[in-house]
Design a protein around this ligand. Structure first.
Ligand SMILES: [Zn+2]
Length: 67
């Protein structure tokens, strides 16, 4: 994958151009690299929610012995 890839704000197409989108002439932006998969942008959030539900159900997973 090329490093200087830009993404059109209008149509979402990727391009190597830096001035404007070759497809629709729209404005370009530099897509910021994400640590998580772009296909699962809410993975982190979902994992946190899952843990919250878990804690609600079974108490804290770390030393939650209340006997
Ligand atoms: Zn475009």
């Amino acid at each position: 994958m090329p490093k200087r890839l830009r993404r059109c704000k209008e149509c979402g197409e990727y391009t190597l151009r830096t001035d404007k989108c070759p497809h629709c002439g729209g404005e370009l932006e530099v897509p910021h690299p994400h640590r998580f998969s772009p296909e699962d942008p809410y993975g982190e959030y979902r994992r946190r929610m899952k843990r919250r539900v878990w804690e609600k159900k079974f108490g804290s997973p770390a030393g939650g012995s209340s006997e």
